[in-house]
Ligand binder design. Structure first.
Ligand code: DC
Length: 442
């Protein structure tokens, strides 16, 4: 999980930079200004003066804001309706700035913003993200530019959208809004102590994006060092408690994008791999694992990416692809589900692994996790067999379609199966699973 806060005055290009960075990293972009704009719009439409603190506070009970994401795109429903670009007019900008100085409004929006960042890796832009909303964000950037440069950009944006205005008006309003936003008592727009200041007055949007990505990479590198430190302390302990026996560690490529695919017996498989691999691994773990005490905290610390099995989680796949593309090792369980006490050769497998390898263009490393009777227990020996990496061009992709994904996943899974001893394991019986599920429901 990574949380990136980009704060700064209006027109500094926060939203276009954040959007591009979100796309590059495969994470969610949250435009918090749009929340304030929707409240500003509501007040204007309901005849409430946006600067009348009392009137705005009591009118808030008529506001229902829903923040959601469709294919990574943010959608805000104001009382059930997506108001689109109606919130981008100069009147609405001024109204948003006025309502944002009111405590009840900031309180009203606090949890919506924080909850989004609890569940996802995000890049969030606003005025108080690094200081109030996400004070412990991993990356904080304070993006600024001269008032002239910002007014010019905003003016061009508005003209392109067909808004009838002048540069002078945009400039005057921008300076006024800056003053409102940075001098108000509540959550003023100021640089957090630990934020990195970036002035892009003389930079193009592309150059700014590059600089921001560079800052993020640097921070991630630092975090990786932190991970390796944690790994040095924790891994020997876990290897002891779980009696982990790694085999053929020399087969793990030392660098370059890699997709590690393993069979899945228990929730502890993540630890079996993380505590034996000398290389840092990003796990794609189903979201239920994050709520298991201790294990959830451990996999979070290990940088696991949440996947929602119910929904076809495009975001998690995209994150995995981007991680592998940028040279990380990503691990996934092609069975998509734990299958203890049975021969993995007889269970269903899913296509996500091949899809990730295809889009990342990376090699795949098969791993077989073996325990007695394929049942995990603490203090009972777990063997982790690392196989030979399969280079991308030997995975056998042809068209990159569904059939391809199916065939490649099967080919990878065959390599996984060949690593272990499954001779004493009974076949998977789906009817037993159905019965178990029924019992659980009762
Ligand atoms: O980023 P923007 O121009 O869309 O924001 C509109 C107004 O909302 C801005 O004038 C200040 C306010 N705002 C805020 O106070 N805190 C935030 N996190 C985001 C925006």
């Amino acid at each position: 999980m990574i949380r990136i806060a980009i704060d700064g005055p209006g027109g500094a290009g926060k939203s276009s930079v954040a959007k591009a960075v979100a796309r590059e990293l495969g994470i969610i972009y949250v435009d918090t200004g749009a929340l304030y704009r929707n409240i500003g719009l509501y007040m204007l439409e309901n005849g409430v003066s946006p600067s009348d603190s009392e009137a705005v506070s009591s009118a808030l009970c008529g506001v229902n804001l829903e923040l959601k994401f469709e294919d990574g795109k943010q959608i805000i429903l104001l009382n059930g309706i997506d108001r689109g670009d109606e919130i981008r007019t100069p009147e609405c900008s001024m109204a948003a700035s006025a309502v944002s100085a009111i405590g009840a409004v900031r309180e009203f929006l606090l949890n919506t913003q924080r909850d989004t960042a609890k569940q996802n890796s995000v890049i969030m832009d606003g005025r108080d993200i690094g200081t109030v909303i996400l004070p412990d964000a991993e990356v904080k950037i304070f993006l600024v530019a001269s008032a002239e440069a910002r007014a010019k950009r905003r003016y061009n944006e508005l003209v392109a959208k067909g808004v009838d205005t002048t540069y002078e008006r945009v400039y005057t309003e921008m300076v006024e809004r800056d003053k409102n936003d940075s001098t108000r008592d509540l959550a003023p727009c100021v640089q957090a102590e630990d934020a990195i200041l970036l002035d892009n007055s003389k930079l193009t949007a592309e150059q700014t994006v590059k600089k921001v990505l560079k800052i993020i990479k640097k921070v991630e590198k630092k975090r990786r060092t932190g991970y390796m430190r944690l790994h040095r302390v924790l891994a020997p302990f876990l290897r002891f408690v779980m009696r982990l026996r790694p085999h053929n560690l020399e087969r793990i490529p030392k660098d370059g994008g890699l997709l590690i695919c393993a069979n899945h017996i228990s929730a502890f498989d993540v630890i079996s791999i993380a505590a034996t691999s000398p290389r840092q691994i990003t796990f794609i773990a189903k979201k239920e694992l994050f709520s298991i005490p201790i294990l959830g905290s451990l996999i979070k610390a290990l940088g696991a990416v949440k996947v929602d099995r119910g929904n076809n989680d495009v975001g998690a796949i995209r994150t995995a692809v981007n991680k592998a593309k940028s040279g990380s090792a990503v691990a996934i369980f092609p069975q998509g589900h734990r299958y203890p006490k049975v021969d993995p050769a007889t269970t269903p497998i899913k296509n996500g692994a091949a899809m990730i390898a295809y889009h990342a263009g990376c090699a795949v490393l098969p791993v077989y996790i073996q325990t007695k009777k394929a049942k995990f227990r603490l203090f009972k020996r777990v063997d982790v067999f690392y196989g030979d990496p399969i280079p991308f061009d030997q995975l056998g992709f042809t068209t990159g379609g569904k059939d391809d994904y199916e065939a490649v996943t099967k080919r990878v899974f065959d390599d996984i199966l060949a690593l272990g001893d499954r001779s004493s394991l009974p076949p998977y019986d789906p009817s037993k699973e159905k019965k178990k599920n029924k019992k659980r429901k009762k």
